[in-house]
Design a protein around this ligand. Structure first.
Ligand code: NAD
Length: 299
């Protein structure tokens, strides 16, 4: 079984390496020559183009930045054939990029029209999860296609959840990250309020982490240094999960909120707060660094 892995960036390269290390025949490609050389140096077999990698492939995995990149690569351009055109018949297309739900559904429709099978399978767990093969995969598509992909996803991740039909992997990702954004802001506001009231960080942590305020934003990604030594706050907010990526994901949430008409006031406020954060230095800092903006803006 030939697997083409396209998009060898921060996430794609370690994922492709884990897939190859588990005994699969993987051929990688990236439009960035630097990414292709890094992949070659890491021992991955690489091709000269996306079309070369995908020709006669039984499985085509994509890990790009945007939905437009996925749709363009599937369809091809005036100068280059599309991946759907050159892959083996009834190939399985797995897109792991984080893209909008409607873009994912468009990708599924293109794959089906070309006689292929397809899944949307965005991930969480970041670069560390990609390197350690501990990613969580949220998968949308049919039961049969999920069953076919599961062993491959297991080589790159730890928790593989079939969320439902086409697009529902992306739906789960966007909903989860909206919860995360809102809760990270709430935890940061609570610490700043506690500071102003004379409460120590440790005391608030000891109470809230064992009470109803408990959440990942507090107990893993604690926005103040001290209580959780591994949180980004202890290394000057080095990511972690960068503000730019949270801003991107909240843009996808906003798109979904607009499309469905949901009254998501907290989600939209979080979207605005992280858009401002990512417009400055926050783009490259962990998203828990939002606490510094809250402190700075507090009278
Ligand atoms: P990245 O920019 O490092 O990698 C994307 C790669 O895709 C780039 O190297 C780019 O050159 C390549 N690419 C684009 N179009 C291509 C094409 N047609 N053919 C071949 N290669 C192409 O991004 P990343 O951090 O690896 O993230 C990838 C996706 O995963 C994004 O959608 C992101 O939102 C999501 N994600 C990232 C993280 C993270 O921590 N970095 C965590 C979870 C999800």
């Amino acid at each position: 079984m030939k697997i083409a892995f396209l998009g060898l960036g921060h996430m794609g390269l370690p994922m492709a390496k884990n897939l190859a290390a588990s005994g699969h025949d993987v051929v990688g490609f990236d439009v960035s020559p630097a990414a292709v050389s890094a992949a070659g140096e890491a021992g991955l077999t690489t091709a000269g183009s996306g079309v070369d990698a995908a020709t006669s492939a039984d499985v085509v995995i994509t890990m790009f930045q945007t939905g437009a990149q996925v749709l363009d690569a599937y369809r091809g351009t005036a100068d280059a054939a599309g991946l759907l055109e050159v892959a083996a018949s009834t190939a399985l297309f797995i897109d792991c990029s984080t893209i909008a739900v409607d873009e994912a559904r468009a990708a599924h429709a293109l794959a089906a029209a070309a006689g292929h099978r397809s899944l949307d399978a965005p991930v969480s767990g970041g670069v560390v999860g990609a390197e350690n093969a501990t990613l969580a995969f949220m998968v949308g598509g049919s039961d049969d296609d999920f069953a076919a992909a599961e062993p491959l996803l297991q080589a790159m991740g730890r928790r593989i959840v079939h969320c439902g039909g086409p697009g529902l992997g992306q739906a789960a990702k966007v909903c989860n990250n909206m919860i995360l954004a809102v809760s990270q802001i709430a935890v940061a506001e609570a610490f700043v309020l506690g500071e102003r009231l004379g409460l120590s960080h440790q005391a608030l942590f000891d109470v809230a982490s064992n009470a109803s305020g408990q959440c990942w934003a507090l107990t893993t990604n604690c926005p103040v240094p001290g209580p959780v030594p591994t949180s980004p706050a202890n290394r000057d907010y080095l990511p972690g999960f960068a503000g730019a990526l949270m801003n991107k994901d909240l843009g996808l949430a906003e798109h979904a909120i607009d499309a469905t008409g949901v009254e998501a006031r907290m989600g939209m406020l979080a979207r605005q707060i992280y858009r401002d954060y990512a417009a400055g230095e926050g783009a490259g800092r962990d998203f828990s660094g939002i606490i510094e903006s809250i402190r700075a803006e507090s009278a």
